[in-house]
Design a protein around this ligand. Structure first.
Ligand SMILES: [Zn+2]
Length: 123
């Protein structure tokens, strides 16, 4: 017993996969990255294909993910990690895996837009 707590089990995981496809119809091959190892449509003939193989790029979220999400959501560099929920941190980590912080900002704008949209509709 070291007396230190092991919190790793409860740490949320940002799921991320790089998937390799080869179309059985037209032979087109491509890669895609997404938060599940799911099927994709062939860019050549649009039939649904299962991935031939994939790399699991998933990783546990870190304090940087909470801080990054909090900073972008509040617009404040000094935002505490507690301003972001587990869900926010996972979304941030996945956005960074996908292409960078700008992707997370896009998600925020979409969420903002939907919230406005739903408020308008409730009037
Ligand atoms: Zn095809």
């Amino acid at each position: 017993m070291t007396g230190s707590q092991q919190d790793e089990q409860s740490q949320p995981i940002a799921q991320w996969f790089r998937k390799y496809y080869e179309c059985p119809e037209c032979g087109e091959s491509w890669t895609d990255e997404w938060s599940c190892a799911c099927n994709d449509h062939c860019p050549g003939c649009n039939i649904e294909c299962e991935p031939e193989s994939w790399e699991d790029l998933s990783r546990p979220v870190t304090i940087e993910d909470y801080l990054g999400a909090a900073r972008l959501m509040t617009g404040s560099k000094n935002a505490p990690a507690s301003a972001a929920t587990d869900e926010d941190a996972v979304a941030y980590a996945q956005a960074v895996l996908e292409g960078g912080e700008c992707r997370f900002l896009e998600l925020l704008r979409e969420a903002e837009f939907l919230r406005h949209f739903n408020q308008e509709r409730q009037r």
